[in-house]
Design a protein around this ligand. Structure first.
Ligand code: FRU
Length: 511
């Protein structure tokens, strides 16, 4: 909060105060650029998602939060809960910076068997495992805290730290229960060495080093926020996925999210032989500039069976300067992960969680035609509001004629296109109308796409200041921030007369 202007004459100040009480507060969540269906804190700075866990009907989302400002600092865990992954209720800060120790990223689990002894009255405790970042020493180590009231209040364990190897960079513990070996496993990053270390514990307190992974894949920056979990293969079976966030060195420059597919036996992760060869070859969960610290939810019930995750929708290159106020940063949409068998091996695929369909208003359908006809349809049926979802089915011209612009955000300078020579789908933000807040904001970001049968199907989510493009049935995702002029972003088509056809559009405004 800003302090009142001291130069304001007394009477005017009193009048202002009276107004402030007489009028409803500035419409919450109606500020320019404020996302509607993406999670944002009401005010202040947010980065990584933390401690995502499902318990007793509630999805918990904790997040790196600065209680005192709109830029990174004083890291604490903000907290929200949701019953449907869509409507979030803000709760008080769960874990605060204290005694010159910031609360950095980490995870949370339900300790079903009360292995930690933190449980009370026969109920399992929620246990958070996070990095203590010392502001007066070059030290990071791992801490735990627990809650006996569904995450409403938290107690830091008196015996912290529970894991200390006396390193300046040692962070982001993600913990899960490994059934076959009946013990807890922690993945934790050694960012500068580009390694993930594996620790195990019987009780969440006594951790033992059992193995490590890396350097491997992309190593052009720090390894942060690892995650390790089994993922269902479409058509049957499961495999393990090791997620390693990387900053900088991502596919779009700056922060990026890579993964490895393989096996995990409780202490060793072995990547599949299908991992791409070559220096710095990597698999990317998202090819856009704004998906980082992707981590998954713990303890989704077996009856549900999904592996759900989301990421922080920003990039360390410019995160502190993103032009929004009084909050800064949003999370991506929650996505469901599966593995798909491809010619190159098993690859991650992402689908918007089905809960998102509940936000849909009446559906509008375009039955197919030329670019001009699709634009005319769009003029008549513009999806209302800053938040909407589109599924567009393109048919490419029968002859490759170079670069093809598929879609644009009018007033936003955003173009989504396809380059047939390179076989790449791209998102271009060079003409974005807020290109000046940071020199690294503009750019073109691309991902490999096989346009089989000359068809491209895009699933798009637009929400005031972001666009998520899913292609090839979720095999390829591009997430990007954007700041279009005017209140409501929309979509339109650019290329006419090039033989590009639109076979169909399904569009919904999202509540
Ligand atoms: C990743 C990160 C983590 C760290 C946190 C601090 O974005 O740098 O490694 O725990 O942010 O806010």
């Amino acid at each position: 909060m800003k302090t009142p202007n001291r130069l304001l004459p007394g009477a005017a100040f009193v009048a202002l105060l009276l107004c402030a009480f007489a009028l409803p507060a500035a419409a919450p969540y109606r500020e320019p650029g404020r996302p509607r269906f993406h999670f944002t804190p009401a005010t202040n700075w947010m980065n990584d998602p933390n401690g995502m866990v499902f318990y007793d009907g509630e999805y918990h989302l904790f997040y790196q939060y600065n209680p005192f400002g709109n830029q990174w600092g004083h890291m604490s865990w903000g907290h929200a809960v949701s019953r449907d992954l869509m409507r979030w209720e803000h709760l008080p800060i769960a874990l605060r910076e204290e005694n010159d120790v910031m609360v950095f990223s980490g995870s949370a689990v339900v300790d079903w068997k009360n292995t930690s002894g933190f449980g009370k009255n026969g109920k399992p405790p929620l246990v958070a495992i996070y990095t203590g970042h010392y502001t007066k020493q070059r030290l990071q180590n791992q801490h735990v805290a627990f809650s006996n009231d569904k995450g409403r209040t938290w107690t830091k364990f008196a015996g912290n730290p529970v894991l200390d190897v006396n390193m300046a960079d040692f962070r982001d513990p993600k913990v899960f229960w490994h059934e076959p070996t009946a013990r807890w496993v922690m993945t934790v990053a050694l960012p500068l060495e580009k390694k993930v270390h594996f620790y195990t514990a019987p009780d969440l307190k006594h951790w033992k080093y059992v193995g490590e992974f890396g350097p491997a894949g992309a190593t052009g920056g720090m390894w942060e926020c690892p995650d390790l979990f089994p993922v269902a293969i479409e058509g049957g079976g499961t495999k393990w996925v090791l997620v390693v966030n990387l900053n900088p060195g991502g596919p779009a420059g700056g922060s990026g999210c890579q993964y490895f597919v393989g096996d995990f036996d409780g202490h060793r992760f072995s990547p599949d032989a299908s991992f791409p060869k070559g220096k710095d070859a990597a698999l990317w969960a998202d090819f856009g500039p704004d998906f980082y610290a992707g981590v998954s939810w713990s303890d989704i019930p077996k009856s549900d069976g999904r592996r759900l995750w989301l990421g922080w929708m920003s990039n360390w290159q410019y995160a502190n300067d993103v032009p929004t106020t009084p909050w800064r940063s949003a999370m991506s949409i929650p996505r469901e992960l599966t593995l798909r068998q491809t010619g190159e091996g098993l690859r991650l695929s992402q689908a918007p969680v089905r809960e998102l369909t509940k936000l849909r208003g009446p559906s509008r359908h375009f039955a197919g035609g030329t670019v001009a006809e699709a634009n005319a349809w769009q003029q008549r049926n513009a999806t209302k509001g800053p938040a909407f979802e589109w599924i567009v089915d393109f048919e490419l011209p029968s002859q490759d004629g170079g670069d093809l612009k598929l879609l644009r955000v009018p007033g936003g300078g955003i173009v989504v296109g396809f380059n047939p020579e390179k076989g790449r789908l791209y998102l271009d933000r060079n003409g974005a109308n807020e290109p000046n807040f940071h020199p690294q904001f503009p750019g073109q970001y691309s991902a490999p796409l096989h346009a089989l049968d000359r068809r491209i199907k895009l699933h798009l989510f637009v929400d005031a200041s972001s666009i998520e493009v899913l292609a090839d049935d979720g095999a390829l995702v591009l997430t990007a921030l954007m700041f279009p002029s005017g209140a409501n972003p929309t979509l339109g088509f650019l290329e006419d007369g090039k033989g590009l056809k639109i076979r169909g559009i399904d569009a919904w405004s999202l509540k």
